[in-house]
Structure formats: structure tokens, C-alpha cells
Design a protein around this ligand. Structure first.
Ligand SMILES: Cc1cc2nc3c(=O)[nH]c(=O)nc-3n(C[C@H](O)[C@H](O)[C@H](O)COP(=O)(O)OP(=O)(O)OC[C@H]3O[C@@H](n4cnc5c(N)ncnc54)[C@H](O)[C@@H]3O)c2cc1C
Length: 188
């Protein structure tokens, strides 16, 4: 987060404990949704994404169930945004649709069709409005114990290095946990 140092200091002052450094790997829907929750609770973190901002996400439709997206929006403190959310991400939004593209869909239907890329963009906008900076073009290539002895050192393809106490692997099916030289990675 761009203001993470200040937030960390504030938290440390309140709790008298060092604030753990959280790194999220991957700005897919999972990584960004977690980032939104942390940002909404003023918990500092860093989020790294292998792709550039322009290329992230897919144009295919995903089926969103009400019991998944409604609680997320509520948790983000945006209950009034249900209609805005659907209007922004529905596959048929260009014709003022709300994603109920099947004949049996009712206004209270439990599912609707959304564009993967647009769901990500909607969540990214939430982060941008809270001053969160996503580290685009940061592909994690290695995790090892930090030389300081505290936490882990992350290495990225662009030669950037960072330290973290908690690493959340939200890298999707091609999760970096499988690729990195990570002693905690599952053995295949
Ligand atoms: C055609 C299709 C249709 C689908 N339909 C549905 C559906 O109807 N409903 C549904 O719920 N799901 C559907 N899915 C699945 C859905 O897309 C995935 O469940 C969802 O995208 C998973 O989100 P994620 O954030 O876990 O992973 P991803 O979306 O894969 O995001 C992972 C991110 O991590 C980044 N990353 C990976 N490795 C690294 C690294 N080393 N360093 C930094 N960043 C890294 C990637 O670039 C990516 O942006 C569909 C998938 C496909 C392909």
C-alpha cells in the first residue's frame, strides 16, 4: 500500500507489537478481494502481479453466485453498490443488462454472468480509491529465508526484492508456490 508505512506505525502504536508484513502474490479475483478486505480494515500489505495492468484479466464470462458476490460487497462496506456492481461487470452491460442472460433468470436469480476482467477492474477501482498501489509486472520467482533472519525474502523477475512475514499465494492454478524454490511449497 502506498501509505503502508504510516498505517503500520499507527497499528504498531496501538497494539505495541510489530506489524507483520503481508505480501499477496497475484492480482486475480482472489488476491484483489483479499486486498480489498485488508484495505477496508486498514491492515497494511503489498500486492504483486506478474502481468501489466492492461493485460490482467480475461474477457470470458464467469457465473457469479449471489452467496459469493453479495457478502463480498457487504464486507467491503458497500451494500448500496449491488446494482452498481452488476451494471459495471455484467456481460450484457453495453445494452443496459444486468447479467441475467438465461430465459429462466428472474430479477432475484441466484446467479448472473459477469466478465472476469471487469470484476477485477471493479475491485481494483476500490483499491485505487483507497490509495493502494498494486505492483504490476512483478512476477515472483523465488522465496527464501531473509538474510536478516526475520521472515522471507521474495525475488521478482524484474530483480526487485522484498521481505514479508506472511505470503498469501493467490497465483491461481499456476501458483508460484509450485514453481519457486520454496521449502514450504507442496512437493509434486
Ligand atoms: C473459460 C473459463 C470460465 C470460467 N468460468 C467460471 C465461472 O463461471 N465461475 C467461477 O467462479 N469461475 C470460473 N472460472 C474459473 C475462474 O476464472 C477462476 O476460478 C478464478 O479466476 C480464480 O481466481 P484466482 O484469483 O484464484 O486466480 P487467477 O484468476 O488465475 O489469478 C491469479 C493471478 O496471479 C498472477 N500470478 C500467477 N503467478 C504469479 C507469480 N509468480 N507472481 C505474481 N503473480 C502471479 C496471475 O498473473 C493472475 O493474474 C472460469 C475459468 C475459465 C478459464
Amino acid at each position: 500500500m502506498s501509505n503502508s508505512n504510516q498505517t503500520s506505525q499507527n497499528l504498531a502504536r496501538t497494539t505495541n507489537r510489530p506489524v507483520p508484513r503481508i505480501s499477496i502474490i497475484g492480482a486475480g479475483i482472489a488476491g484483489i478481494a483479499l486486498a480489498c478486505r485488508l484495505a477496508g480494515n486498514n491492515i497494511p500489505f503489498s500486492i504483486y502481479e506478474a502481468q501489466s495492468q492492461n493485460s490482467v484479466g480475461h474477457n470470458y464470462a464467469i457465473t457469479l453466485k449471489r452467496n459469493a458476490w453479495k457478502p463480498l460487497i457487504r464486507a467491503l462496506g458497500l451494500p448500496e453498490s449491488h446494482q452498481n456492481f452488476r451494471a459495471a461487470v455484467a456481460v450484457d452491460r453495453c445494452v443496459q443488462g444486468n447479467g441475467q442472460i438465461y430465459r429462466d433468470s428472474s430479477p432475484k436469480s441466484a446467479v448472473f454472468q459477469a466478465v472476469d476482467k471487469d470484476v477485477r477492474q471493479w475491485l481494483i477501482q476500490y483499491l485505487v480509491e483507497r490509495g493502494v498501489q498494486i505492483h504490476w509486472c512483478h512476477k515472483l520467482t523465488n522465496i527464501k529465508e531473509a538474510t536478516s533472519g526475520n521472515g522471507a525474502e521474495l525475488s521478482f523477475e524484474n530483480d526487485v526484492r522484498a521481505e514479508a512475514d506472511f505470503i498469501v499465494d493467490a497465483g491461481g492454478l499456476r501458483s508460484p508456490a509450485f514453481d519457486c524454490n520454496n521449502p514450504a511449497a507442496p512437493k509434486t
